[in-house]
Write a protein that binds this ligand. Structure first.
Ligand SMILES: [Zn+2]
Length: 285
């Protein structure tokens, strides 16, 4: 699945790494749990009969003056980490790139919103760098966290891939700080909580903007219920604060949003509704 658009002079392409459909869609009850602060009856009332969510892997390619960059890289091929069912459903990034004439060897940069495996494994799944000439960018706290002793249970499944990403890129991995202009027109925005160095990415060109929010939310239910956390938010209160801040900014400044895990292509606008928000997919407008 391919979606081409532009942000000012920045040519953009959303390339899906996969999007498992029914019966392989994950259960809402796995994302919003009593332990993550969402009692079962509250979830049941909010989701109005829906029991699953559509979880896409929307990788974003951006043509910058310094070359083509990709924001997050999907799960990659030969992935069995969620069970055997997932392997044929993901790892489609390479085919998608080929269909729009993007070459792995021409990629100049890989920008990671964070180093969870569903964002970084696409860059290293074969045991070698998928994009051999690319420079990688991740927040300094993200690199430090995964390089240290990680003993949080919800972080453990991601540890091996995160460490392999850091090892394989080596000197070509450039840590950034929030606010930094990583590439021309590509800025890192503070969004800590999901992981210690989780970053949103703001594209700006000729007065147009796009805010890539990474894993700030997984489903529109987290806009109508911005206090809901998931088991994968390593610091739930910080993730809630970041979500609220980013949603307020996107709504108040009317910035187009790219949401990595929403249904393809994950593009839409956010509207503020008192202290909550609503999601308006680009193609419903
Ligand atoms: Zn993710």
């Amino acid at each position: 699945m391919i979606y081409q658009f532009s942000v000012g002079r920045l040519e953009c392409v959303v390339v899906s790494d996969g999007q498992p459909g029914p019966p392989f869609e994950p259960s809402l009850g796995d994302f919003y749990t009593p332990e993550s602060g969402v009692p079962a009856d509250v979830l049941r009332d909010a989701c109005r009969g829906r029991s699953t969510l559509t979880c896409g892997y929307n990788c974003l390619f951006v043509g910058t003056p310094d070359g083509t960059a990709v924001v997050d890289t999907g799960l990659g091929a030969s992935f069995l980490g969620y069970g055997e069912y997932i392997e044929p459903l993901v790892g489609k990034l390479g085919d998608g790139m080929t269909s729009v004439g993007l070459s792995r060897s021409n990629l100049a940069a890989v920008v990671f919103t964070h180093l969870h495996q569903d964002h970084s494994r696409g860059a290293i799944w074969s045991g070698e760098l998928t994009f051999p000439d690319a420079t990688a960018f991740a927040h300094s706290a993200e690199v430090a966290f995964w390089s240290g002793s990680v003993d949080l249970p919800s972080a453990r499944p991601h540890l091996e891939v995160a460490r392999e990403t850091i090892r394989l890129f080596g000197e070509k991995l450039r840590p950034f700080e929030y606010g930094a202009e990583i590439l021309p027109g590509v800025q890192a925005i503070a969004a800590p909580g999901h992981t210690p160095g989780h970053a949103a990415i703001l594209l700006q060109s000729q007065g147009e903007r796009l805010l890539c929010v990474g894993d700030t939310f997984y489903d529109p239910l987290q806009l109508t219920n911005p206090t809901w956390a998931t088991p994968w938010d390593l610091d739930a209160p910080a993730s809630v604060a970041s979500r609220r801040h980013l949603l307020e900014r996107a709504a108040d400044e009317q910035i187009l949003v790219h949401a990595y895990h929403l249904p393809f292509p994950g593009l839409g606008h956010v509207q503020r509704d008192g202290s909550t928000f609503t999601w308006h997919p680009l193609h419903d407008r």
